[in-house]
Design a protein around this ligand. Sequence first.
Ligand code: 4NP
Length: 152
Amino acid sequence: MIKVLMVCLGNICRSPLAEGILKSKVDGLSVFVDSAGTGGWHIGELPDLRSIGIARQNRIDISDQRCRKFIARDFDDFDHIYVMDRNNLSDVLSVAKSETHRKKVKMILSVESETDTMEVPDPYYGGERGFEEVFILLDRACEQIAKSLDNE
Ligand code: 4NP
């Protein structure tokens, strides 16, 4: 079983979407997908309703997810850790204890060769349009991740 963790700041907007999208693409593979946030403000909460909405429009249900905080043990429990932006990257790497841990961490959009955008923008303070943009970026990246997991 390959274990993949999606990480953003709040674990209510971007990483729950990334978790749901990747799960929808690895059906039938031995892959476990989870998500977490580097900040602890929303622990136990559902994903943001705008994330639930854009997922639902794309026939993905993320309403069973609950927010949790990223913890150092995730480095041992997961094989791949995908972060959304540079702040997530430095926050996650700041608790890595070894090169093995550090090697597990990637910016999620770095898996895509045909994009200039390196960061998945934080849609929390914006409108619905931001969530549509995030969905498109994550859908493309997760397509690549699913392919690479299929080859592992
Ligand atoms: P996310 O968005 O990192 O994509 O889940 C955010 C959600 C909540 C907050 C920040 C970012 N917040 O400050 O509460």
